[in-house]
Design a protein around this ligand. Structure first.
Ligand code: 0L1
Ligand code: MG
Length: 257
């Protein structure tokens, strides 16, 4: 059994020392989802106390295929902070990561506040200012990416870094469900998907985030970035890797390691 504060400290220590660890639930089997979100919030509080700034939210495990692979049965939300932001062309900070993987995502930039309950994909999109391409760099603090849903919630959905593409699309002008994406590693296409892979519709994932935050008395705020969830499987990155997500209308975004 651990306290929320102890669990947050263990996860941040693992992140800061780039050292993997066993899942929290090995020593705290009673960890439930509400407590796991309290641990996640405590890690955010400590990041902010250290000078970091909240810039948005990411959804994780939004596709049924990825949920099956990771052995969990629901999507989750987690916090994005300024220190996780990479600019296009920045290298993936391999030295401070354990076993990073990269996955393509559709990114929303909020124009207006959006709070559940009752948010639908349609009402969610009305609060969006921009749609962009993105890449999410994940780096579970758990050895071999072995975790339960409460473990990964506490670990802020394996957050490590992300990049947002420069091409801007208006939400109304983009067929998000049909938006195609090719994932290239070292200039070779390794996977393909459309926006339908993200909860059937990335706008549905956005609504899910607003409703989930709403149930905790929180909201998506104007200016926030929302990573809506991976379209394909994540690919490992190592020294010299180059990963590109090439979208049909959102343009391309690349990370090099
Ligand atoms: O962004 C994500 O979907 C990550 C969710 C956590 C699961 C993982 O580490 O693969
Ligand atoms: Mg992701």
């Amino acid at each position: 059994m651990l306290t929320v504060e102890q669990a947050a400290g263990l996860l941040l220590d693992a992140e800061r020392s780039a050292t993997d660890r066993p899942p929290l639930t090995d020593q705290w089997p009673q960890l439930d989802l509400a407590t796991a979100y309290a641990v996640q919030d405590e890690t955010l509080r400590r990041r902010e106390a250290g000078g970091d700034r909240l810039v948005g939210v990411k959804l994780g495990l939004t596709s049924a295929a990825k949920q099956r692979r990771m052995g969990v049965d629901a999507p989750l939300t987690a916090w994005l902070t300024e220190s996780m932001m990479l600019a296009e062309g920045d290298p993936v900070p391999l030295k401070r990561l354990i076993h990073p993987r990269v996955e393509p995502e559709i990114v929303f930039v909020m124009a207006e506040r959006l709070a559940g309950p009752g948010v639908t994909p349609e009402t969610a999109l009305r609060a969006v200012g921009e749609v962009r391409a993105g890449l999410d760099v994940i780096d579970s603090r758990y050895r071999d990416f072995r975790f339960t849903l409460p473990d990964v919630v506490a670990d802020n959905a394996s957050s490590a870094a992300f990049v947002v593409g420069s091409r801007v699309r208006a939400p109304g002008g983009t067929d998000l469900v049909g938006e195609g994406c090719e994932l290239e590693v070292d200039r070779r296409v390794v996977d393909r998907a459309t926006g339908a892979a993200v909860q059937g519709d990335p706008a549905a994932a956005l609504a899910l985030a607003a409703n989930s935050l709403g149930s905790r008395g929180l909201a998506l705020e104007p200016g926030w970035i929302v990573l809506s969830g991976a379209l394909t499987d994540a690919v490992p990155v190592g020294p010299g890797s180059r990963v590109t997500a090439r979208y049909t209308s959102l343009g391309a975004v690349t990370l090099e390691a």
